[in-house]
Write a protein that binds this ligand. Sequence first.
Ligand code: ZN
Length: 323
Amino acid sequence: MKRRTFLRHSAALAALPLLPGTRSRTFTSTAAAAPLHVNGARLNGWLAKFDSIGRTAGGINRVAYSEADLAGRAFTLGLFREAGFTPRVDTAGNIFGRLEGTDRSLKPILIGSHVDSVTDGGNFDGPVGSFGAIEVARSLREQQVRLRHPVDVVVWTNEEGGTIGSKCAIGHLTPADLDKVARSGKTIREGIGLVGGNVARLSEAVRSKGDIACYIELHIEQGGLLEKAGLQIGVVQGIVGLRWFEVTVTGFSNHAGTTPMDQRRDAMLAAAKFAVAVNEAVRSVPGRTVATVGRMTVTPNTTNVIPGQVVLTVDLRDLDAAS
Ligand SMILES: [Zn+2]
């Protein structure tokens, strides 16, 4: 769904009438009434409780397939049940709960996020969208609002260790991926089994193009722009593309004491200028491109030798592939 279309739809959502005692209301109703609200206090209560699962001095540590991740998933399954949904774990380990719609011919609206974390992460990254989705489905049910489409609440497994669950859903997980070792120390293959999936039947978790009506994910802001602008919520324009480059700068190693300054081929100096140039190039044009030189490997990496070689990385991201 394009951003403008989404905004139009969400405006319609906000204007959804809420008539006391009316059953089986649908989006087609036009009577003016109060907008529909979820139970924010309940949602915040779940988030506060969840904060203790995997909490360490460094932050939240619920890396996929760890004890804390399994505890987090058990907590999440409990929320589904408490909300009146029978959760289903697919063969990849993704969790689903369905609120039926009124029109059986329509594809589901998928809404959700993840509950695993990065190393030393924050409690809101993932759970806001996951629990928010459960709360939306629960509120719709409690307030007896029937949508035409089914609503499928999804909690993707191992989002932070390489978007494993969502990759399975689009059939992009390769056999080689299964042997990769996740941050918990377990392989993806072992992990999928641990969270209730079945690697022998991964194809059953694959959704075909057209199987869902749309996907909506509420996510905590990670760039700080909304917070700076004093805004509570925004709609993303897209997901940035990411390119990684490895650059080798070749100079000539020589003695740091006896080589005159005008006779050096210092690879480190060139690499430093390169890093500055990358930053200036990106900043010189308007737009949202971001670039980072994050790693430099210097040879011979010694105090008294002019660097002969530097291998450096560039991480480049933008919404627009052309730019
Ligand atoms: Zn996230």
